[in-house]
Design a protein around this ligand. Structure first.
Ligand code: XIL
Length: 313
């Protein structure tokens, strides 16, 4: 009984979803959002290409609408994301002077985090700065032109612009312990030691069927032990489509494992799925032949995974 948000709240957690302003006019979309979730992450509306498409010219209208909706519903809000190599406008990727890019990044953070200051519970300050399969930094204009220090500069600028938001580093394939999550761990440890403002680590948790890392809880626990909160920020569990009963049962068990792991770690405070319905999931567009990754099907019906999450909460 109850809803995901109510069940999570009873455990001192929030249960959220990504949502897109473009779908809010669809009544089943908005109704399901409002009924089940108590945290909202704008799926694309706060990304650099949308908010600052040309230099120092800002547009927050779509994000403002989502933020207004979330506030009216009493939902927590995750800002996503201030610094990322994707959905970055060409005018930024073309900058080659270090001073120029550092100034542009600081201005972007000051204006965007400043615009939403007081309304954002958690910011994904920097997204996906590490490579898969190694502890190396991902190549990006920020890494190339500013160097390793761009991440801490971004966190300092975010703290200044919005002192009340929890500031997170967010990435994928850091759900279990591996070379990439080891590198993020080392960075957070270093930031804590040097007083760089960081409050949380976001594990995106874009997972594939049957592959919840067995050490996910241990991984969350080691981050928590550094003195940061841990958030599951973009949870989905994709399968080869079409779905069938057996795959949906495996998926339900996978979701249960993730929720149980989070609940076992007191600093795992936020769980967020990356979309309300399979109908609008990013998965089929990005991973052709895969999909059915979320808790509600194309018709907003509750999937076995929904029941499993509700039962686990
Ligand atoms: C995705 C959105 O869901 C899509 O609509 C968009 O076309 C591409 O980006 N990691 C992230 C998210 O941090 O911002 C991405 O969102 C999914 C992967």
């Amino acid at each position: 009984p109850g809803t995901l948000g109510e069940a999570a709240a009873a455990k001192g957690r929030v249960f959220g979803t990504a949502a897109a302003q473009g779908h809010m006019g669809e009544s089943a979309y908005a109704t399901t959002l409002d009924r089940e979730f108590n945290q909202l992450t704008p799926e694309n509306e706060m990304k650099w290409d949308t908010t600052e498409p040309s230099r120092d010219s800002f547009n927050f209208s779509a994000a403002d609408q989502l933020v207004g909706h979330a506030q009216a519903q009493g939902m927590a809000i995750r800002g996503h994301t201030l610094v990322w190599h994707n959905q970055l406008p060409g005018w930024v990727s073309g900058i080659s002077s270090r001073d120029d890019l550092l100034g542009v990044m600081r201005n972007h953070i000051a204006k965007e985090a400043g615009h939403f200051a007081g309304k954002i519970d958690y910011w994904d300050v920097v997204n996906e700065a590490f490579q898969d399969g190694s502890g190396a930094r991902r190549d990006s204009v920020f890494q190339r032109v500013i160097g390793d220090g761009y991440i801490e500069e971004a966190f300092r600028a975010a703290r200044q612009a919005d002192p009340d938001a929890e500031l997170c580093y967010n990435d994928y394939n850091i759900d279990g312990q591996n070379a990439k999550s080891n590198a993020v761990y080392a960075m957070v440890q270093d930031f804590k030691a040097r007083g760089v403002p960081i409050d949380c680590v976001g594990l995106q948790a874009h997972l594939t069927l049957g592959n919840v890392p067995s050490d996910m809880q241990a991984n969350m626990q080691r981050f928590a032990a550094l003195g940061v909160d841990v958030h599951i920020t973009e949870l989905d569990i994709r399968m080869n489509t079409p779905a069938d009963g057996s795959k949906l049962a495996t998926q339900a068990n996978d979701y249960k494992k993730v929720v149980s792991a989070c609940l076992a770690v007191s600093r795992c405070t936020v769980m967020t799925v990356w979309g309300i319905t399979d109908k609008y999931s990013w998965v089929p567009d990005t991973f052709p032949g895969e999909g059915a990754a979320l808790l509600f099907d194309d018709n907003y019906g509750k999937k076995p995974a929904y029941d499993a999450v509700l039962a686990a909460l």
